[in-house]
Design a protein around this ligand. Structure first.
Ligand code: MRU
Length: 325
């Protein structure tokens, strides 16, 4: 099932907020519609946000520089958003056909995901137990995904993996999206609460952790869904490889370290009311709801991009693939 489809001049978006209970496509029209789709996570996952924003830049009339500025504020952490709007703005300024450029971003992502999945698969073994956090599958990208790519590609190639999926509080992308995607693909998947990651590691059920990323700093620190860094600490303790998978476009060479990454803060109702029949805390109770955290590069075993597998020292490795430009 495709998350973003461009057909006969219309963009169709699979509304991820309705999954896994309803598979419904919506058709954003105005710039406010596009902004709302990104902000409310109807489209989410760093590469998918970039693809969607590319189409928005192509399909919406008006001042493109202003539009880029407006869309970029919808979600500040995923670098793919500003990367895609920047690329579309340059295409506009040099007189290129914008819809062709948006389709090119979409197609290139498919190619990148395929390569990332191949590289990731080369690090795994048939029968491995894999822990995932958040959702970094086809829903978060174009095809295969990044963090889930090796599992989905591996399934096609006849591998048997046992996935353990953190539910990923507070927005439950692991429960609602990852378990849905893996079930549909026929991958063995077991949903666990976030605070069970330690136990399944201790019980020897996990051979590797696979996660996506929203921004890779020049020194190899990464931002990903809140809770990722805790999983990385646990993986280090239990001596389990912790792999980060993401396309080249997720590397932000202008961001020296993880401390320089802007972390998006979201509404407290996502914690207190969103998934419950009744609120689970008093209205006056304060909440702190950062959407992402930063994982220190020292906790990462390898960063897997479409340009290859990078191990420590990450700064040098990331610089090396930059020179492929
Ligand atoms: O807030 P979300 O659902 O957009 O967060 C997504 C993630 O954290 C993903 O792991 C990340 O974007 C990588 S997607 C391939």
């Amino acid at each position: 099932m495709e998350n973003i489809k461009y057909e006969n001049g219309t963009l169709y978006l699979l509304d991820q907020t309705l999954l896994p209970n309803e598979e419904k496509y919506i058709t954003p029209k105005t710039k406010e519609d596009y902004f709302e789709c990104i902000k409310k996570l109807r489209v989410r996952g760093a590469p998918a946000i970039g693809i969607f924003a590319g189409y928005a830049m192509a399909l919406l009339d008006g001042d493109k520089a202003e539009l880029k500025k407006y869309l970029d504020t919808a979600r500040p952490t995923a670098v793919n958003l500003s990367w895609a709007t920047e690329r579309m703005l340059s295409a506009y300024n040099s007189g290129k056909n914008l819809i062709d450029e948006a389709i090119a971003i979409h197609n290139e992502d498919k190619e990148m995901c395929r390569k990332i999945s191949e590289y990731g698969l080369s690090l795994l073994h048939d029968g491995d137990g894999i822990l995932t956090h958040c959702n970094a599958g086809a829903l978060a990208t174009s095809e295969y995904g990044t963090g889930l790519g090796p599992l989905l590609l591996g399934k096609e190639k006849g591998y048997t993996f046992h996935a353990y999926t953190d539910e990923t509080r507070p927005l439950l992308q692991g429960a609602r999206l990852t378990s849905y995607e893996l079930e549909k693909a026929g991958v063995d998947v077991t949903l666990i609460c976030d605070n069970m990651a330690s136990l399944v590691m201790k019980q020897g059920k996990i051979d590797a952790v696979l996660v996506g990323t929203d921004r890779i700093a020049a020194n190899g620190d990464i931002a990903n869904k809140i809770g990722t860094s805790g999983v990385a600490v646990l993986a280090k303790y239990y001596n389990i490889p912790f792999y980060v998978l993401g396309p080249y476009s997720t590397i932000d060479y202008n961001c020296p370290t993880g401390d320089d990454i802007v972390i998006e803060e979201r509404d407290s109702n996502e914690i207190k009311t969103m998934w419950y029949e009744k609120p689970i805390a008093l209205p006056e109770t304060k909440c702190y709801n950062p959407a992402f955290d930063v994982t220190d590069h020292e906790l990462i075993t390898a960063i897997i991009t479409d340009r290859g597998i990078i191990k420590a020292p990450f700064k040098e490795g990331l610089e090396r693939i930059r020179n492929n430009d």
